[in-house]
Structure formats: C-alpha cells, structure tokens
Design a protein around this ligand. Structure first.
Ligand code: GTP
Ligand code: MG
Length: 214
C-alpha cells in the first residue's frame, strides 16, 4: 500500500467515526425530545427548557489527546475521550435534574458508563452540573455500534454561570486572577439562591393549581 492510500484510509476512518458520533447525538436528541413531549402530554409540563449538542472539533480532539499524553490516533480518541459527542440539557428548575437523569438512565438501550454529580458535590470554583457518560447503539448496515455521548444536565441559572466561567477560564488559560475567582464563587452562591427561590415559587404555583383542580 502506498503512503498516500494510507492517508486516505485514515480520512475514511475519521469520517466514519465522526458519522457514528453525529448519529449517536441525533438518536439521543430524539429520545430526550420524546421524553419531554410525553411530559407535556401527561402533565402539561416541560421539564426541559432547551437542548444543545455539539461534536468536538478535530483541533480540540488533538489538543486533548496531547494534553493527556496520548498518541494522536483514531483508536485513542475513541478509547480515551468521552466527550466527542456532547449534549447539554437545560432545565428550569433544580428539581428537574435528577428525574431527567433517571429517565435517560432507564432507557433500555442506554448504558451509563459513569456519572459525575457536581450538583450534590459542586466543584470548588462553584461549578454545578450533572454529568453522565453513556453509550447508545447506532445501527449501521453491518451491525450495531455502541457509541459514547457525554450528557450534561443543569438549570438555566447554572448554565449562565458556567458559560461566563468558561469564557473567563479560557481567556486566562485556566488561571484567572484571584479577584475574578472570588467574584465567580460569589455569583455561584447567588445562582444557588436563585435556583432555590425559583424552585419554591414554582412549588407554590403548582400548589395553587392543584387546589384549583380539586
Ligand atoms: P474534561 O477533561 O475537562 O472534559 O473533564 P473530565 O473528563 O474530568 O470530565 P468532567 O465531567 O469533570 O467535565 C466534563 C465537561 O464538563 C468539561 O469538558 C466542561 O464542558 C464541563 N466542566 C467541567 N468542569 C467545569 C468547570 O469548572 N467550569 C465549566 N464552565 N465547565 C466545566
Ligand atoms: Mg470535556
């Protein structure tokens, strides 16, 4: 085999690998939409505010493999990286997070590989979010391929905080000045308070609605 055809083989392998991840995203997106729509049907309530998804760019795949001391190969990226396909579920209330996570985990064809619960155990910087790495089967003509997807579940307020924190961390390459870190931490406390207030307001509204139905 010539050197050139080896390169083309790799491009093909790259394309078919990324096709798997984008198919996995589609499939998970549909599942989550169905769950949300079922909730609207049954309870006239949508636990999910919105969903975003993304495929990791080739640049950040290479960067992460190098940072982790791995040789840059397609095998290593499939084996080592959990977040090539990523989906973020944004909900209105804290109380929606665990039920959504449970509904996803209960799906028969989804396998939960691991969970990081930064809701129960927030990071010291104030980051809160529920993370799951799952596999979902993608059905190709030659058979089924279980494919990894990283799912992040958080409230609108937590997401607002995480976006700005990410921007700041990126700007300062991970080490922001102390005063910014302190400010971010105090914003995270405000986010907590807002989430709790919004939750109890919503509970109060639901209680009134329940009363009216009787
Ligand atoms: P990464 O190597 O950063 O992907 O982390 P990990 O493999 O240890 O997994 P973890 O579940 O901790 O983080 C996965 C993803 O969550 C990250 O890629 C970010 O998108 C997000 N994340 C984790 N920690 C933070 C944080 O402190 N701030 C923000 N804004 N996002 C975070
Ligand atoms: Mg990541």
């Amino acid at each position: 085999m010539t050197k050139e055809s080896g390169g083309f083989d790799q491009i093909d392998q790259w394309k078919s690998t990324m096709f798997l991840y984008s198919s996995a995203l589609k499939s998970i997106n549909t599942k989550i939409e169905i769950l949300n729509n079922e909730f609207i049907q049954l309870y006239n309530y949508n636990p999910i505010e919105h969903i975003t998804s993304r495929l990791k760019t080739p640049e950040s795949i290479v960067k992460k493999l190098k940072n982790d001391g791995c040789e840059v190969t397609i095998e290593n990226m499939v084996e080592h990286l959990n977040d090539i396909a990523g989906i973020r579920i944004i909900c209105s209330f804290m109380s929606d997070i665990y039920p959504i996570a449970d509904m996803i985990a209960r799906q028969a064809d989804i396998t939960v590989l691991h969970v990081k619960d930064y809701i129960k155990y927030p990071k010291t910087n104030g980051y809160k979010s529920y993370h799951m790495v799952v596999t979902i089967p993608v059905y190709l003509s030659e058979g089924k391929r279980d494919t990894k997807v990283e799912i992040q579940i958080r409230t609108i307020a937590m997401d607002f905080w995480a976006s700005l924190e990410h921007k700041i961390a990126y700007k300062f390459e991970g080490k922001a000045p102390d005063y910014l870190e302190r400010e971010l931490k105090s914003c995270a406390d405000m986010v907590d308070m807002l989430d709790m207030k919004m939750f109890s307001l919503n509970q109060a509204i639901m209680a009134v609605e329940e009363e009216e139905r009787r």
